[in-house]
Design a protein around this ligand. Structure first.
Ligand SMILES: NC(=O)c1ccc[n+]([C@@H]2O[C@H](COP(=O)([O-])OP(=O)(O)OC[C@H]3O[C@@H](n4cnc5c(N)ncnc54)[C@H](O)[C@@H]3O)[C@@H](O)[C@H]2O)c1
Ligand SMILES: CC(C)C[C@H](N)C(=O)O
Length: 364
């Protein structure tokens, strides 16, 4: 991979490699764009097969956060970290503390939170070394685990997408095929079950499947069978790039609405599902509840204020469908336009000169 070429093509600002031999930390912090404010994005811990795969994931996820934060109306830029390692075996206190010190070294350009493979306890360890971390224990006045709030946002966003596809936002009697029933999807299933939806679930972790089967009477299917289920809604809630050449022909659902980041393998896959008439709720809009929640900490966390803002994901998804129909464009393009236009507007107002003391010659 030609890293500078890639960074130039997609306009990334910074890529930081962090290594600490004692703890085994190997982390990559990607900062995509800080026009709107400091880059905020979670830390993913994953057993990547190669370093290149880890770099690519960090870069793709960081760019997604720029768009997510911009579309959510937050005054934050986009960044993300990946830690290379098995979250079940390779974690230790020193690792997260060393990582916290690297974050501190960026002096506020990057603020972290949870993502796949990291927990509130990990964020608490990072917090031992830096304040540039959110989603720490509620006892510190923080917002805690973002996953339940993300799930609420996905739930309301799914209802808006259902309204577009079926003419009603009721999910009662609808069949939802959920890929991955981890932190976010378990709470999402709770909401769906309560509303009377039927659930089909698949996960590489049998314990997670069992939990959903026992709690919600979900039907279990194999991980490769989840795409072809006779479902009204497909909810990808595991990893990215799952809307691709091999899965699209299998899809029977009329709606795609789930929490996973970077669901489209490529933009052409967004075009394809649009042509097929599938109502796609853009990933970074429908899953923005978590970041809206942790970002509220920057104002002194208020749960009701955060939840009210997350409830607005319903209107945002509706608006995206309106723009998509009005302009004859796929929903992922409509979402990108919303985000890019906001960044351009704010960057214009920020280009005005502001005295910061550097231009006072006498004060040299
Ligand atoms: N946690 C949040 O607040 C949040 C916010 C925004 C976006 N997201 C995104 O939502 C997704 C889920 O996040 P999470 O926090 O629930 O993570 P998680 O690790 O708790 O859950 C992911 C689940 O997917 C399963 N999985 C992995 N690969 C799979 C496969 N090929 N097929 C089926 N299941 C598979 C895992 O076993 C796990 O149970 C991720 O893409 C994450 O980036 C999470
Ligand atoms: C809680 C957030 C800051 C991070 C979350 N994992 C996301 O992708 O949005």
């Amino acid at each position: 991979m030609e890293i500078f070429k890639y960074m130039e093509t997609y306009d990334y600002e910074q890529l930081v490699f962090c290594q600490d031999k004692t703890s085994g930390l190997k982390a990559i912090i990607a900062i995509h764009d800080t026009t709107l404010g400091p880059a905020l994005g979670g830390t993913r811990m994953w057993n990547y097969a190669t370093e290149e795969e880890a770099i690519e994931d960090a870069l793709r996820l960081a760019k997604g956060m720029t768009y997510k934060n911009a579309a959510a109306g937050l005054n934050l830029g986009g960044g993300k970290t990946v830690i290379i390692g098995d979250p079940l075996k390779d974690k230790n206190e020193e690792m997260f503390r060393a990582f916290g010190r690297f974050i501190q070294g960026l002096n506020g350009r990057y603020i972290t939170a949870e993502d796949v493979g990291t927990t509130v306890a990990d964020m608490d360890l990072i917090h031992e070394e830096t304040n540039y971390v959110t989603g720490i224990s509620e006892a510190f006045g923080s917002s805690g685990n973002p996953s339940p709030v993300t799930a609420y946002g996905v739930y309301v966003g799914m209802k808006a997408a259902a309204k577009e596809a079926f003419g009603s936002d009721s999910l009662e009697g609808k069949t939802v095929a959920v890929q991955g029933v981890g932190n976010v999807a378990y709470t999402l299933c709770e909401y769906l079950h309560k509303e009377g939806a039927k659930l089909i679930v698949a996960d590489i972790n049998q314990a997670s499947v069992d939990r959903a089967v026992n709690a919600f009477g979900a039907l279990q299917v194999g991980v490769n069978e989840i795409y072809s289920q006779e479902a009204d809604i497909f909810a990808p809630c595991a990893l990215g790039a799952i809307i691709n050449d091999s899965t699209i022909p299998q899809l029977k659902a009329k709606v795609i609405a789930g929490s996973a980041n970077n669901q489209l393998k490529d933009t052409m896959h967004g075009d394809l599902i649009h042509e097929m008439g599938i109502a796609y709720a853009p990933d970074y809009v429908i899953n923005s509840g978590g970041v809206i929640n942790v970002a509220d900490e920057l104002y002194g966390y208020n749960h009701n204020r955060a939840m009210n803002r997350v409830a607005g994901i319903y209107d945002k998804i509706e608006r995206i469908f309106e723009i998509s129909k009005r302009d004859g464009i796929p929903t992922y393009v409509a979402a990108d336009r919303l985000a890019e236009e906001r960044i351009a507007r704010v960057s214009k107002s920020r280009s005005q000169f502001l005295q910061n003391g550097k231009h006072i010659i006498t004060g040299r």
